[in-house]
Design a protein. Structure first.
Length: 92
């Protein structure tokens, strides 16, 4: 039974791929179960790409703030990167 929040992310086609005997069945013995790691690897790649994008956005936003001191610029950039990456990594 899925909650209403979980239903937002539920994709029936992908869920069918994880059923027993399907392509991403965690108990499969074919290919030594390596196919079960495909979603995890894809997730890691997406997170890395999002962090790269967020870093560029944070640098662009901080540059537009036009800080007088380099120290203020760096503090602002660190705060933005922390917020973006914490959201990205810890929410997923």
């Amino acid at each position: 039974h899925a909650t209403s929040f979980e239903r937002i992310f539920y994709v029936p086609f992908l869920a069918d791929l994880a059923k027993p005997g399907a392509l991403f069945d965690p108990d499969q013995t074919e290919y030594f179960g390596l196919l079960t790691f495909v979603p995890t690897v894809l997730h890691v790649i997406v997170i890395m790409r999002l962090n790269t994008t967020y870093r560029k956005v944070a640098e662009w936003l901080t540059a537009r703030e036009n800080h007088r001191l380099l120290e203020h610029h760096e503090h602002s950039l660190i705060a933005k990167r922390f917020i973006f990456e914490a959201f990205d990594c810890y929410i997923s």
